[in-house]
Design a protein around this ligand. Structure first.
Ligand code: ADP
Ligand code: MG
Length: 745
């Protein structure tokens, strides 16, 4: 019997390489004239071409025509398109770009791009062919990728299976620099023959329009007569894991599914909570510096970086921007994270739950609304008017979340997020709003019509003519809330780390827009039929909303079992799994506001439901097949080796006491082995049976109710095996190696 003195071969090498990583090429940053590192402001956005660059580079009339198009949603005149294309081409070629692509966000959840060279053929006088760099207005504006390879959820019949991409001038063009060459990416929307949205960006742009329209109307009623434009703003904090590539290459589950399907918990997980905000390992810091450098060149304002709760988990937060821009930026950030990680011999895991028993990853969506002066409407202000406006907008948002909690929950449903929501970590699956003690008290007092008293920290003087003045200075936090007010913005924390934020943000914007619309109607009614003065009517409106939406407000522990019971009593939607949550998209009444706000038509909603169900089923099928394979080709052979070894040594042991102990060990191993085999057999049978179900929605429910629990049992048996098999026989890299190697490197 050949024995090894340490870890089994490949795994040992992976560990050695992970703690002694290959040196990474030193990052060449921009230098200033003195040869020192240039300040970020000097190269920020140098690889982008947006409105600022167009103003500088375009002929005046072309730029004016573009602005008009943007403001009024008009078609871009042909000459203008040509002028823009030509200046884009000149700029791109000067940056070493040879190819361009229409960059879009199909409903697969990833981005797609179709590359074309800038060249075109010109015939000279002597009919020789000549290649020239050329980029036309129509190439800029419209493309037609092979749409049949992208999901449409049954919206297109084959004869109209065409899809078009159209330039979205509100988001800057950008250049992706890779060793294989530089590519100009044109942000586009993607739609079908009849204009149906086939992507995640179109609904987001529509929702920005909706919130602009409805919020402006509401604010004018409030007395902000000169308000011109309202945008929703977003700062998306991104969590991720970094694992050495050598380990990932030995873990078929990570390669195929982005998460570990088996793996026993290490003795030390995150109990010590020493990773959070601890010092960042050197190797990771180098990675982060390069990521930030790339992001700055792409005009993405990343600001903070730190360790997260789990070992090898990190977070990056940008400065907020208008949602349509920051949504693109978040997608790009995820791509840059993954690309740069590979350069550093690391793999960036964006999955919501890469390691069972270890904290998962989310994406905290900090969301607010701002006017064209850049004032944050959720910022308690210094004047009574600002504070009344603040309370009114707060009430509108509360009403939006209360009315549409089910659809908001559905918007964050994904297989990965099922491991976070509903599990005992991160936000719960029940949507509720946390306001903090101070605001809670204010709203309660308003509701009861009490004149508010001055407190120690805040001056609150609420007669009907006086308006409460709310100080922003409170840091009350509740980490267990899925939707929390954090001083001057809401934080939608239940969004998954791998999600395209355009999806939940378009639903949130639509919900708030719809709420603005109804609130305007209510205000008009109060002012005309009850002859109330404006501020009085606004207070009355706020009081009414406080009363009606009280059930959505929750200050307690969102993880607790009591809350689940309480939420049910309150009649809040308790949708623990994606299967339950996605069904909401089938409920016409629940989703009607999306159609009313022109964000998604009923046809588009139905198609999204089908795509989500299909993706859920496919993702889980891949996980199930991978689990079966992993059990058969890794776990069982490891167990067998261990059992052969122990039976050989039991036979040859001459000391009776030793022989007895080894017998016990052997029996334990046999038990685990039997359990793995039994669970595997049962699981495979269930899986085979389930494949006979042709209706995908039915299968989704079967998966949640029957298959996933069984997969978990199989996993538990495998994890138990891992704790019994000698290290030398276990071939899969273990949690402790994958999660802690960074600290040794
Ligand atoms: P916190 O201490 O609450 O984490 P930060 O100031 O660090 O607050 O902000 C966290 C995130 O919230 C950042 O991405 C930030 O840009 C974003 N943020 C701040 N203000 C707004 C706003 N008005 N709208 C949207 N996001 C915002
Ligand atoms: Mg935060």
């Amino acid at each position: 019997m050949p024995t090894q003195t340490s870890l089994s071969g490949e795994r040992f090498h992976a560990f050695k390489s992970a703690v002694n990583p290959q040196p990474v090429k030193k990052l060449e940053k921009m230098k200033n004239s003195a040869g020192l590192e240039a300040p970020i402001s000097e190269y920020f956005g140098c690889m982008t071409f947006g409105l600022a660059q167009m103003r500088e580079k375009l002929p005046k009339d072309a730029y004016q025509a573009l602005l008009k198009t943007l403001e009024q949603g008009k078609k871009l005149p042909k000459e203008t398109a040509e002028a823009i294309a030509s200046s884009i081409k000149e700029w791109s070629v000067s940056k070493g770009v040879t190819h361009f692509c229409h960059w879009f966000q199909p409903m697969t959840g990833l981005t797609a791009e179709k590359h074309d060279a800038f060249i075109s053929i010109q015939h000279s006088h002597h009919s020789e062919l000549r290649v020239i760099e050329r980029f036309t207005g129509s190439q800029l504006i419209q493309g037609e990728p092979d749409a049949s390879s992208f999901p449409s959820g049954g919206m297109r019949s084959t004869f109209e299976a065409r899809g078009y991409t159209a330039w979205d001038p509100s988001s800057p063009l950008f250049i992706i620099e890779e060793e294989s060459g530089n590519t100009l990416c044109i942000p586009t929307v993607f739609f079908g023959y009849h204009g149906q949205a086939l992507d995640n960006k179109t609904p987001l742009l529509r929702s920005m329009e909706a919130i602009n329209r409805e919020a402006c109307d509401f604010l004018k009623l409030l007395g902000d007569v000169d308000v011109k434009r309202i945008s929703a703003t977003l700062g998306a904090e991104q969590e991720y894991f970094l694992i050495d590539k050598n380990f990932v290459s030995l873990r078929p589950d990570l390669i195929m599914t982005g998460r570990t399907l088996i793996g026993a918990l290490p003795a030390r997980g995150q109990q010590l909570e020493d990773h959070y905000f601890g010092s960042i390992p050197g190797r990771v810091k180098k990675f982060m510096q390069e990521v930030e450098f790339e992001l700055y060149k792409l005009g993405i304002p990343v600001k903070t970086r730190h360790n997260e709760v789990a070992p090898s988990q990190f977070e990056l937060a940008p400065i907020f921007e208008d949602v349509n821009i920051s949504a693109d930026h978040n997608v790009l950030t995820m791509e840059v994270l993954k690309r740069i990680a590979l350069k550093h011999g690391l793999v960036c895991l964006l999955h919501e739950k890469p390691f069972a028993g270890i904290n998962g990853s989310g994406k905290h969506n900090n969301w607010s609304i701002a006017n064209d002066k850049g004032e944050n409407l959720l910022e308690p202000g210094t004047t009574p008017h600002q504070n009344l406006r603040f309370l009114a907008v707060l009430a509108v948002t509360l009403k939006a979340v209360f009315d549409h909690a089910d659809v908001l929950r559905a918007s964050i449903a994904s297989p990965g997020n099922d491991h976070r929501l509903g599990a005992n970590e991160a936000p719960p699956a029940i949507i509720s709003v946390f306001l903090g003690e101070l605001l809670e008290n204010i709203l309660n007092d308003i509701e009861q019509g009490k004149a508010l008293k001055a407190t120690d920290q805040q001056i609150i003087d609420l007669g009907l003519t006086h308006i409460p003045n709310i100080s922003r200075d409170y840091t009350d936090r509740n980490r267990t809330s899925p939707f929390a007010f954090t001083g001057n913005k809401f934080e939608f924390r239940a969004v998954g780390s791998s999600a395209n934020v355009a999806v939940p943000m378009s639903i949130l914007n639509a919900a708030v827009a719809s709420s603005f619309k109804q609130s305007s109607a209510k205000l008009r009614e109060l002012m005309s039929s009850k002859f109330m003065k404006r501020d009085e009517a606004v207070m009355e409106f706020i009081r009414d909303v406080c009363k009606k939406t009280k059930n959505i407000r929750f200050e307690g522990n969102g993880y607790s079992k009591e809350w689940r019971d309480e939420a049910k009593k309150r009649g809040l939607p308790v949708l623990n799994t994606s299967a339950e949550a996605l069904s909401v998209f089938n409920n016409k009444k629940a989703t009607q506001f999306l159609a009313d706000m022109n964000v998604l038509s009923q046809e588009e909603i139905t198609s999204r439901y089908h795509i989500n169900v299909e993706r859920y089923v496919k993702t889980l099928d891949i996980e199930f097949e991978s689990l079966v394979e992993l059990t058969k080709t890794f776990v069982i052979p490891s167990l067998e080796k261990q059992m052969i070894q122990i039976s050989a040594s039991t036979d040859s042991a001459s000391v009776p006491a030793l022989k007895k102990l080894q017998k016990t060990r052997q029996q334990n191993l046999e038990k685990v082995f039997a359990s793995v085999l039994k669970n595997l057999e049962e699981f495979e049978k269930l899986l085979e049976k389930s494949h006979k179900t042709s209706d995908e929605a039915v299968r989704m429910h079967e998966i949640v109710k029957i298959l996933s629990p069984k997969a978990l049992e199989l996993r538990k048996a495998c994890d138990h095996a891992e704790t019994l098999v000698a290290d030398e026989f276990w071939t899969l890299p273990k949690y402790r190696e994958m999660l802690f190697a960074n600290t040794l490197a």
